[in-house]
Design a protein around this ligand. Structure first.
Ligand SMILES: Cc1cc2nc3c(=O)[nH]c(=O)nc-3n(C[C@H](O)[C@H](O)[C@H](O)COP(=O)(O)OP(=O)(O)OC[C@H]3O[C@@H](n4cnc5c(N)ncnc54)[C@H](O)[C@@H]3O)c2cc1C
Length: 79
């Protein structure tokens, strides 16, 4: 086995539990959204994919706050 000391850092043991706690915090505090390399993948493609998903969820949340459960929010959640 070769360790690449200067490779991308790895999440430490317990990361899945920490993620579950953060998911709980988001559910408990509507409007709170976490994203970034600290959570679910730290390579640029993972960060972009996660941020794109989050942006859609945030937009749906904002629209839902604005117009109840109207057409715009349903459309964004589906896309
Ligand atoms: C040296 C290095 C080389 C890397 N090489 C690669 C590679 O080759 N390939 C690859 O896939 N990944 C690579 N990565 C990993 C990848 O670049 C990062 O994991 C990814 O860019 C993180 O994206 P992010 O949006 O989560 O955070 P960031 O890109 O760090 O963005 C966070 C942004 O938030 C801003 N910010 C912070 N605090 C505040 C605040 N309080 N208010 C307002 N703004 C704030 C910061 O200024 C920053 O612009 C590398 C990382 C490093 C450090």
């Amino acid at each position: 086995m070769i360790r690449h000391a200067h490779a991308l850092p790895q999440y430490t043991i317990g990361h899945a539990v920490r993620l579950a706690l953060l998911d709980d915090a988001e559910r408990a505090c509507p409007g709170l959204f976490f994203t970034g390399d600290a959570y679910r993948g730290l390579g640029v493609p993972d960060c972009i994919a996660a941020a794109t998903r989050r942006a859609g969820e945030i937009a749906a949340y904002v629209l839902q706050k604005r117009d109840g459960d109207g057409v715009n929010a349903k459309f964004l959640r589906a896309s």
